[in-house]
Design a protein around this ligand. Structure first.
Ligand code: PHE
Length: 445
């Protein structure tokens, strides 16, 4: 068998992993989830979940991948025997599910990029922008065509293999996105009336916290960190065995969380300044930002740049979703990379069609037994159920089944021991399973 492909450099690996983490989850999902879940309290819960569960589990997933150099199913089977391989399998299913609605929203970014370029969004009137967005997503064809286009782009990169492409793109574009966000935050917080939005985002109102808030916040933490479905495990499997993990994990977590907070500071003050509804749901970022662009000099330029960078950030995340699925079939089933990628992309696209329609002509339809649209149902099942459950099982696996051996796997030969290792193991044994388990129960009772 050919040697497994490795990342070109440590920096490249960190950028690619951050590229998986930073995406629509940060810029599209985080602001609207915060808006729908009462603001500041959601932000604080989210940050706590990232620090307490997220960091330890990012390390755990990367470590399983680095140690086994395998796909999620193969990795769990190698270290834990066949009873553990379903954890990897659930990850593959979650990957398909997320990809299906992810490409829908990613398609919106392409459409908005073109609309920015053509000057179609230059009228910054909030009502006009809301109406335009509503018209676009309820069109039965256009959003689906853009989702398809985005799926083709994603599949194209994945067919080429992880090599230089992902690394090179992520290296350049991630810093550019970061700087652009800073500029837009500055514009947003200095708008007239932005103060109310800042208070909403930063000051917690604990009376608004319910079981649903907890499960949305933990779902958001896992979704944003690409955690709980084997994407990080897969990226870790392309690491040489002697690379250091704790600092890489910390860098990715800090980058991802800062981008989410910046996105909140960019969107929410503007939501209040322009009189949008913070509870508007999935359209929030898309209706608000064009109003921000219209209110700044060079707005069209910044708008084009923004949607271009957002599309690339979405692409580097979608690649990791598809790569996880493809990696399994290529490794375990010796399938042809190209063929598997095309089939997986087609299945996700087909699943994405009802997700997109459920925001438009099918918006009256609710998934039986719930009060959710197809779009929300796919998101909820993947983000708030499958990902936390995958994380919980990963914590149990590393904490109890792999146990102290995981600690020696973490400190590579010749490396000094990781001083916080025992604490890390403690979190995986007790804190994460109990905490995540309790929140999952809340969602169902
Ligand atoms: N973390 C990505 C984002 O925030 C989404 C993602 C989830 C990617 C799970 C891979 C796995 O956009």
């Amino acid at each position: 068998m050919a040697a497994r492909e490795n990342w070109g450099s440590r920096f490249g690996f960190i950028m690619a992993t951050a590229g998986s983490a930073v995406g629509l989850g940060n810029i599209w999902k985080f602001p609207y989830e915060t808006g729908s879940n009462g603001g500041g309290a959601f932000l604080i819960l989210y940050v706590i979940f990232v620090l307490v569960f997220g960091l330890s589990l990012v390390m755990a997933e990367l470590l399983i991948g680095r140690t086994t150099q395998k796909n999620p199913i193969g990795a769990f089977r190698e270290l834990g025997g066949r009873w553990w391989s379903p954890v990897g399998a659930m990850g593959i299913v979650a990957g398909f599910t997320i990809l299906s609605f992810y490409i829908v929203v990613a398609g919106w970014t392409l459409a908005y990029l073109l609309a920015m370029i053509s000057g179609d969004l230059s009228n910054g009137d909030p009502q006009h922008l809301s109406a335009k967005f509503g018209e676009f997503i309820s069109d039965p064809y256009r959003p689906i065509a853009y989702a398809g286009l985005f799926m083709i782009l994603t599949a194209g990169v994945v067919i080429g293999g992880i090599g230089q492409g992902i690394e090179r793109a992520a290296r350049l574009l991630m810093p550019a996105l970061f700087i652009l966000l800073l500029i837009l935050v500055l514009r947003s917080v200095t708008l007239d009336g932005a103060g109310e939005g800042l208070r909403f985002f930063l000051l917690p109102d604990w009376s608004k916290v319910t079981g649903d808030t907890l499960s949305s916040a933990i779902g958001q933490a896992f979704f944003s960190l690409s955690l709980g479905m084997g994407a990080l495990l897969t990226y870790g499997s392309y690491l040489p065995r002697d690379s250091k993990l704790p600092s890489a994990a910390a860098t990715v977590v800090v980058l991802d969380t800062s981008v989410a907070i910046l996105a909140g500071l960019m969107v929410l003050p503007a939501v209040f300044a322009f009189g949008f509804d913070p509870q508007a749901g999935p359209g929030l970022t898309f209706v608000t930002l064009p109003a921000v662009f219209a209110a700044m000099p060079g707005g069209q330029f910044f708008g084009v740049l923004f949607f271009a960078l957002l599309a690339v950030a979405a692409l580097t995340s979608a690649i990791s979703l598809l790569e996880t699925v493809v990696c399994y079939f290529v490794d375990e089933r010796r399938a042809n990379r190209r063929r598997v990628t095309l089939i997986a992309a087609l299945i996700s696209f087909v699943l994405g069609v009802p997700a997109s329609l459920s925001l438009g002509i099918w918006s009256g339809f609710q998934v039986p037994g719930t009060s959710m649209s197809i779009f929300d149902f796919l998101d909820f099942t993947a983000s708030s159920v499958m990902l936390p459950l995958g994380g919980l099982l990963t914590a149990l696996f590393v904490g109890w089944k792999w146990g102290p051996q995981a600690l020696s796997a973490l400190s590579n030969e010749g490396e000094p021991r990781f001083a916080l290792g025992p604490l890390w193991l403690l979190v995986l044994r007790y804190v994460a399973p109990l905490g995540i388990g309790w929140i999952l129960l809340q969602a169902f009772v």
